[in-house]
Design a binder for this molecule. Structure first.
Ligand SMILES: *Cc1c(COP(=O)(O)O)cnc(C)c1O
Length: 425
């Protein structure tokens, strides 16, 4: 597989190299410049998840990474069921993995690919999190030989459950609560990546959502969704995706380029740079606002250049996207309305995707919205909005009992560096 830096086409790398580097020169994203369609989509959809995913990924990646089949079968060990939520509308539930979020798919695949391509070099994953990503990355890399993970999070600002998921693993997972804000955590990570000698010393890598391996893993569940429909339902299909950094929808569009016939709808909260851009042609990010759907509180989505590149490459039009924005009030209203109608429980991210789907679905179409997190991860909001008491899934309930092991640091680069050298070198 050949990947190019979207900011500098002269930088061209293999898939394995792109996974190791994460991001290219001048912060450019790695992406392909053509996608060959898969010949027999109907045949593909008859296969079971792991076998089908191996085919899709082998088609994209080519002959590199001989370990691919083993990696896929050890990474995709949980289901992505399609659950009927309303008339002609299904939820693709992507939250049955270890940290109950769709990020488990990408993070588990990436962890194993990095494990396979690192050779003898030791790696350190350094990541700042405001919640979900840190938990998925920690779980995915737990126990991977030769790889240490340092997760920074703002003290007291992530949910107790999220903290449990990050700080109860131990072993090669180092939880660091920073006495500061999420931005200060991110600044520490940036400082570390700019510190070239230190970067080389500990083999720093970021594992964030710009890594191409995460996107490719996510392509697979769009096919898994279609495989659970009848061939008649598949003829007129629309996906709605709750968007933050636009990685998830990029993966869906790659599936479309591979031959999966579908329309796409973009769902955003009030951080709606893209819906406004599609309506006005003006790229005008506003300051980021906190919402109930906090994983989508992003006003400069870092995967958007990939969406534009794909649209151009495939000769599509940005006007083909449906898009919509929901305020927190509208999100709660949607959660209540669907619960009253069918009993399906939405958390805020899925609620936004569901509503945008509902608003744009045409008669005769089948709609699928992506359920990106288990409602129990947003238990306080869900319980309060719907007037119910959601039980914690057993895996989470168990983790919530474990005691944490974490290190507290001031938002000070020298302190972080000293900690990491002491722990890792
Ligand atoms: C990360 C996340 C999103 C946004 O996904 P992107 O790929 O960043 O667009 C949506 N919902 C949940 C629950 C998430 O954790």
């Amino acid at each position: 597989m050949q990947l190019f830096n979207l900011k500098d086409k002269s930088e061209q790398v293999s898939f394995c190299e792109a996974v190791k580097r994460g991001i290219g020169r001048e912060q450019g994203l790695f992406f392909m410049d053509k996608i060959e369609p898969i010949a027999d989509i109907d045949g593909l959809l008859k296969l079971p998840l792991v076998e089908r995913s191996c085919r899709v990924l082998r088609h994209l990646i080519g002959s590199e990474l001989t370990e691919l089949e083993d990696i896929v079968s050890s990474a995709f060990t949980f289901k992505a069921p399609l659950v009927k939520a309303d008339d002609d509308i299904y939820a693709l539930e992507l939250f049955h993995g270890p940290t109950l979020a769709f990020k488990d798919f990408g993070a588990r695949f990436m962890a194993r690919v990095l494990g396979a391509v690192r050779g003898d070099s030791r790696l350190t994953i350094l990541t700042a999190t405001s919640g979900d990503t840190g938990a998925a990355v920690a779980a995915a890399f737990y126990g991977q030989p030769g790889i240490n993970v340092v997760v920074l999070y703002p003290k007291g600002m992530i949910s107790p459950l999220q903290e449990k998921l990050i700080a109860t693993l131990g072993g090669n997972i180092h939880a660091v609560e920073v006495d500061g804000t999420f931005d200060e955590c991110q600044d520490l990570v940036k400082r570390a990546f700019d510190d070239l000698p230190f970067r080389a010393q500990v083999g720093l890598n970021s594992a964030n959502s710009i890594n191409i391996s995460r996107l490719l893993a996510q392509v697979c569940y769009y096919f898994e969704a279609a495989a659970q429909l009848t061939s008649r339902q598949r003829e007129h299909l629309m996906f709605a995706v709750p968007c933050g950094n636009f990685g998830n929808i990029t993966a869906g569009l790659i599936a479309k380029a591979l031959g999966l016939k579908a329309r796409f709808a973009i769902g955003c909260n009030v951080n709606d740079t893209v819906p406004r851009y599609l309506a006005s042609g003006l790229w005008d990010p506003h300051p980021t606002i906190s919402t109930l759907s906090n994983a989508m509180d992003i006003s400069r989505p870092n995967n958007w250049p990939r969406v534009e590149a794909l649209v151009k490459m495939q000769g599509w039009s940005l006007q083909d996207f449906a898009a919509g924005m929901l305020t927190d009030d509208a999100t709660r209203k949607t959660m209540r309305t669907l619960y009253a109608k069918t009993g399906y429980v939405l958390e805020p991210h899925a609620a936004i995707a569901y509503q945008v789907l509902k608003d744009n679905l045409k008669p005769g179409e089948t709609g699928i919205f992506l359920g990106t997190a288990h409602p129990a991860k947003f238990k306080a909001t869900v319980d309060e909005t719907l007037g119910i008491t959601l039980p914690l899934p057993p895996a989470l309930a168990q983790r919530a009992q474990l005691s944490e092991s974490k290190t507290e640091l001031q938002p000070d680069y020298a302190a972080l560096k000293a900690f990491m050298i002491e722990q890792l070198v």
